[in-house]
Design a protein around this ligand. Sequence first.
Ligand SMILES: [Zn+2]
Length: 139
Amino acid sequence: MSKGKPAFEEYRDAEINQLRERVKELRNWVNDLHAGMYINCVYCGHRYGPDTEVPASMADVLKKHIEQCPKHPMSALKAENEKLGTRLRKIEEAAREAIKRAQHGVQFLSPQNKCLMESVEKLLTDALGEKGNKDAHDS
Ligand SMILES: [Zn+2]
């Protein structure tokens, strides 16, 4: 046992290392099994192997294909993810602009409207997961 490290951590680390070695062995085994086979993409039928000139495991070759296969569901998810990301950035931009306007215009409002505007500002700030200027002044 090395000094400073509790026994349970020694045991845990040894266990993790053993499991990592086992995973490596099993991955090599799967790669060996795939080595003499043809592998097809089930979505588009694209075929690899048995001795694809690519110096990688068949699993890696297939993973690479899946990322760009037009018929694999991941392509649709990637496209949707991109679309949603763009939309989210636009909404965040609009929310930041609304907060800025609310902070600028709040001084001209009646106490009732000021209260309403501050709660809208807080909702937007919370939704953005950012700390508003007001909170920053408070803390
Ligand atoms: Zn495919």
